[in-house]
Ligand binder design. Sequence first.
Ligand code: GCB
Length: 871
Amino acid sequence: MNRSIIIFLLVAFTNVYSQTLELNTGWQFKLDRGTLCFDWQTVNLPHTWNDKDAFDDEQGYFRGLGIYQKLIFLDDEKSELIHYLKFNGVNQYAQVYLNGKFVGEHKGGYTAFSFNITPYLSFNEYNLIEVKVDNSHNDNIPPLDADFTFYGGIYRTVQLISVPKQHISKSDFASDGYSIDYDYVDNKKVRVTLTVNVNNLSDFKSSNFLKIILNDADKNKLIVHTEKLELLPNNQKKLKIKLDEIQNPKLWSPESPYLYNLEISLLDNSENILETNYSSVGFRWFNLDAEKGFFLNGKPYKLIGVNRHQDYEGFGNAVPIELQKQDIHLIKNMGANFIRFAHYPHSRELYDLCDRLGILVWSEIPIVNKVSNSKEYFETCLNMQKEHIKQYYNFPSVVMFGYMNEIFLRLAFDNKLSESERENTKKTSVILAQKLESLTRKLAPNRLTVMALHFNEMYNETGIADIPMLIGWNLYFGWYHDKINDLGSFLDDQHQRFPNRSIMVSEYGSGADTRIFTTTPKKYDFSLDYQFLLHKGYYNQVTKRDYVVGMAAWNFADFGSEFRGDAIPHVNQKGLVQYNREPKDIYYFYKANLFKDQPFIHIGTSNLRGLSLVNQDTYPVKIYSNQAEIEVFLNDEILSKTSVNNGFVIINFPFTNGSNDIFVKSGQISTQSTIDVHKTDNFQAMKINDRIGINIGAHFNFYDTENQITWLPDRVFTQGLYGHKNGEVYLANKDNHQGIPNNIKNTTAEPLYQTMLMACTDYKVDVPNGKYKIALFFVEPKIKSKDQNLYNLNSYNQSKDSHSKDRRIMDIIANGQLFIKNLNLAEEFPDKYGVKNSFEIDIRNNTGLEIRLKPIEGEIVISGILIEKIQ
Ligand code: GCB
């Protein structure tokens, strides 16, 4: 038998069916660093080359070219099929080659793309796929700038989709090839239209059938619709199919995410199935009212949820999908009903999960912070929005399609531009917004359009804020500027001035580090306690205003932002959960207020590691619960029976020295926690090996894994204890941001170094006589460092001296003895370097430890002191 007969028989009799192969293992990869070419290594997808260098002490991360290669073998049987190579996410510019021939390119790191590679393939042989991936700055590809790391690589799956010549389109912007429109939905009836693109890539006419089945959740067939198709050779047919009206539909909502299932099959003339596609269908309708907010299925509905970035500790953006799915479960279990997938489309699997679990979605493309006015840039933006809408259209959870975030952010802070340049940039942004808006409305007529703005009048003045149907304000009152309680008056003012505009708070938050706790929380201290105050304040202000559509916390999880100098450098720490997804206490605040399915209690002690009560009898602990009343016990004795309002209670616990057991119950449920407490009224009882660490210039406790100690907050000296005798807290800027917002090299103990006292010449610690090891901690705060936090939306960025090298020279004297002469931090450590100077000292005559820092030149600084009794 000759080859074509065999193939004919295979096609005719073996029921050729579409096939999808995942091509995720065994890729060869190397970085191309110009002359310095690295060796090939074998990697699996998802993959990024920036999972480590975006977090190290060196400034910057590799943004350039990475090359991937993979061999695939296709046997002869497959030669009659059409083969599409689909990439689900490659950041950010990709060029694809097959067997050395250029197949195509793709711009943009967050949407899928596919190529028909059939003409390039050889059968019964190995074929070489080569992908060149570039994540360097590209003026034609958004984002041009943003507060997150642009990890390079093929970081989502790659698939080889093989289909018969007649198939549902795989080349319509890498979409499903069909779209589902809910033309009409109410409690009584639903009308659905399907638009299906069917391809015939053979040279012959073809007769086929399209079979559509709508099942309910129990797999009862509600609709079976078959349609005969006549397909012309090498042609595509677009079919619009109005399904029969569905009576008494079960509606979809976050509380009851009822899904129907749609099966769309293409059959050949003999009714053999060629391929079947499945989509979830959820019947819901929604609308906005500028006065009353968002409505779901006819009822007012407050959206409360989170923003999410896709990266994860240790993985960069190449995160195994099962780990990513855990995020959606965590968000659901917090009681949230809303996710903004910021600032770009995330994996499609997650949208599917939002359909299933019941979470409303805002999805957007990454036009962030600034635009460029080139034709190519505009084209990429519009193309990206097309891909985005087409690829994410069929998820019923998606209610909003967005396209811009804080587009005037850079403009607002750029004082180098001339007046006319500023005006042009504004005009360009408005024109682009108009184009994207009309494209979005055209492609997604039943969805809401949305844009996020930062705190600036420019959006109102230019009219850009009047373009989308919904405005999201990203507001950081109480963090980058003003006070937590200023939020409400801002919103009221906007509402009054623009009464026809629907608004929501699309971002708000504060950085929080689980190593930091305090009874005196302050803006910018990265304490969980301040995060609690801020979120509580926003929650109260938003929930009492009907016209505010909703709120989305920034951010669900901590995320990578390489240039940042938060308490954990290179990480934006505004997450409700940590970078490794362990919840911070604030997660439980939301859960207590929003989650109704099961009763729960959480005791907020997990971060109070190494708690010392210095001259203090009690410590306030937050208890979160969705129950009305709780009983609280300390060391087996009842302490309080109290009602829970707004999801939490703060109890002052009279802890004893040592281990303390807290037990909390409500009805049938209870939880417990054990906490070690060190109580002291003076340091005279200090024993050998005891250590005292003081975080000089800081008002908070800091649990330091590196030095294995909890640093005490600083204080003014009092007899028997410790403290400074003079000096003032070093502020990076006038806006009361404490310390320096920078990465400190050579340490993970940033909260120790970043905060410091200035001009403190005398520090005293009343320790008993004995021999001690003393360590003093310093950093030069003003030394030139380019990795400043550009997101401090205040004068810090513009302060001239933050770039200049400062000289401060001091002698270090302890109990009258000179230990270090002429310590010149800028000279010795030409960087923001964590410096530790240690020495041993004998303390006699009950003098305690008296540190004297003698200024020789400049304003001296000190960050911490660690005292260990060795004899
Ligand atoms: C914003 C941005 C977001 C930043 C956030 C922050 O307004 O939209 O991308 O990460 O602020 O933390 O500063």
